[in-house]
Design a protein around this ligand. Structure first.
Ligand code: MV4
Length: 495
């Protein structure tokens, strides 16, 4: 048991602050590392110490592992928390950190390697009876071999890259005639994106839900599951809304999937926080897809429903402590929803709309949590992900969590950039979402930019109302006190 006294956070933005907050709770000192553009960022100010590590492009700073290790030595930090993205799933970095005598707050490099590749992850998972989508046994090495397997599996099917993630190098094939072309495209996409052109075949599961299970392991061989997150509302493999628990899992199915996720963890001796991804089909069959060996963006919904601080647990197990709970201690309290607030224009094909946050007022009140990265007046840099904040609400049940989310969205005041808040509000108010009856095709099925026009029509209505009242005021029909129509709430995200 070696107490960690100082943590260097090898990340930026909201997750850097999120991690540092828990460090403060635990009386642990914090070190931020930052690039040129992030010099005055809130996460740098929040840290006890900060080290400049390079120019703004990530490769020169947040991806420069050796500079981060040097900053660690310089400040005497005894551990590194990698957050998500950047170096968080880089096993070479984790190994280099360890070699430098620094604690990496995360799994072993070996576990990262096994799970970082989908084929080796599936291979490892086979040792336990974990349901998987029917597909090829391993990598497909020739078009001929692929076609043979494709005919046996039947169409439609997917050719998937073994490396990487985010749907890159994934191709749907409907007919045998298209197989060769799609396989070649998948291989070349995977080669250029990940430097590894290995692909495999899976039967295509139509209209699935994306359910992921949070697991937590310690160095004493204990692994628990902290229930599921439903992340089916996605746009181009970018999650938009996440919630916990899922409205479709029965307690029995939850237990089955949870135990499967724990077994995936056991297959690689997992230590720390990890996420096991499953597809769930219409008949509620579930299939293991892959595992993410990091703390995820959407971890707060799990924290809200379990009452457990996942970063605190990560730090404790990195110190060699046992998990602070057993499976029997874990219980679901109410319901939580998270929306990601991006500086993107949903009316304009989600084009990034970076710039200055002229107005920035966070929502507050019962059941609201905001994990964010900026302040009023902040510039959103072009170099990184354009996420401004994560807005999370909790309630005694799904309805309450959703109505609190709609209230929080209405109370959020952001001007200077377009955001995805109006899009999130549209989804939350949609009957398919409210009923819980939706899958990964939600956005494709129900969203077109004109659904946001209702909102613009409202604005036009207010504008005409103001014009009329101004006219009336001129004519002396209204007393001055009654004529001050509120214009400040113009860009309110009205519910
Ligand atoms: C699938 C699938 C259907 N069948 N695999 C997309 C990214 C990668 N993590 C896995 N993905 C999928 N794999 C089989 N055999 C459908 C998807 C998929 C998807 C999965 C989760 C969330 C959103 C998605 C959107 C499109 C496709």
């Amino acid at each position: 048991m070696k107490k960690i006294k100082k943590v260097l956070v090898a990340n930026r933005g909201e997750i850097a602050i999120r991690v540092m907050r828990t460090c403060r709770d635990m009386n642990i000192k914090t070190v931020a590392v930052y690039s040129d553009i992030d010099r005055d960022a809130p996460f740098v100010q929040y840290a006890d110490e900060a080290v400049h590590i390079g120019e703004s492009p990530s490769v020169k700073s947040y991806l420069a592992g050796e500079k981060i290790i040097a900053a660690c030595k310089k400040t005497g930090a005894d551990a590194i928390h990698p957050g998500y993205g950047f170096l968080s799933e880089n096993s070479e970095f984790a190994a280099a950190v360890k070699k430098a005598g620094i604690v990496f707050i995360g799994p072993s490099p070996e576990a990262m390697d096994i799970m970082g590749d989908k084929l080796s992850a599936k291979e490892a998972a086979k040792k336990y009876k974990i349901p998987m989508v029917p597909g090829s046994e391993g990598a497909i090495t020739s078009v001929e071999e692929g076609k043979k397997i494709a005919k046996a599996i039947r169409f439609p099917l997917l050719v998937k890259a073994s490396a990487g993630g985010g749907g890159k190098g994934m191709r749907i094939v409907e007919h045998i005639e298209d197989f060769e072309e799609q396989m070649k495209l998948a291989v070349s996409e995977a080669t250029s994106a990940f430097g590894d052109g290995s692909v495999f075949i899976e039967k295509y599961v139509a209209g699935p839900r994306h359910i992921e299970i949070q697991i937590m392991g310690d160095t004493h061989g204990n692994i628990c599951y902290l229930f599921e997150r439903e992340c089916s509302v996605q746009r181009r493999h970018q999650k938009v809304i996440e919630e916990a628990p899922s409205s479709v899992l029965t307690p029995e199915l939850r237990k089955q999937m949870g135990e499967c996720a724990v077994n995936v963890g056991k297959a690689c001796d997992y230590v720390g926080a990890g996420t096991v991804e499953f597809l769930l089909d219409e008949k509620l069959n579930f299939y293991f897809l892959e595992m993410n060996t990091r703390l995820q963006v959407e971890h707060p919904v799990t924290e809200m429903i379990t009452g457990i601080d996942l970063v605190r647990e990560q730090i404790r197990v990195a110190e060699g402590e046992k998990l602070s709970f057993s499976q029997a201690d874990l219980k679901i309290y109410g319901h939580a929803v998270e929306v990601r607030v991006y500086a993107e224009d949903p009316a304009n094909n989600f084009l990034p709309d970076i710039g200055k946050l002229i107005t920035y007022k966070r929502p507050q009140g019962p059941g609201v949590r905001v994990d964010d990265a900026y302040e009023e007046g902040s510039e959103i840099p072009i170099y990184y992900d354009p996420m401004i904040a994560k807005l999370i609400t909790h309630g005694k049940n799904r309805e309450e969590a959703i109505s609190r989310m709609l209230r929080a969205i209405a109370d959020y005041r952001i001007t200077g950039v377009e955001t995805t808040l109006s899009f999130c509000r549209y989804v939350l108010k949609h009957d398919a979402f409210k009923s819980g009856n939706f899958d990964t095709h939600f956005v494709k099925k129900y969203f077109t930019p004109d659904v946001l026009n209702e909102y613009h029509a409202d604005e036009a209505e207010i504008a005409s109302f103001i014009a009329i009242s101004q006219l009336q005021k001129k004519k002396g029909e209204l007393k001055a006190t009654h004529s001050s129509v509120q214009t400040t709430n113009w860009k309110r995200n009205r519910v």
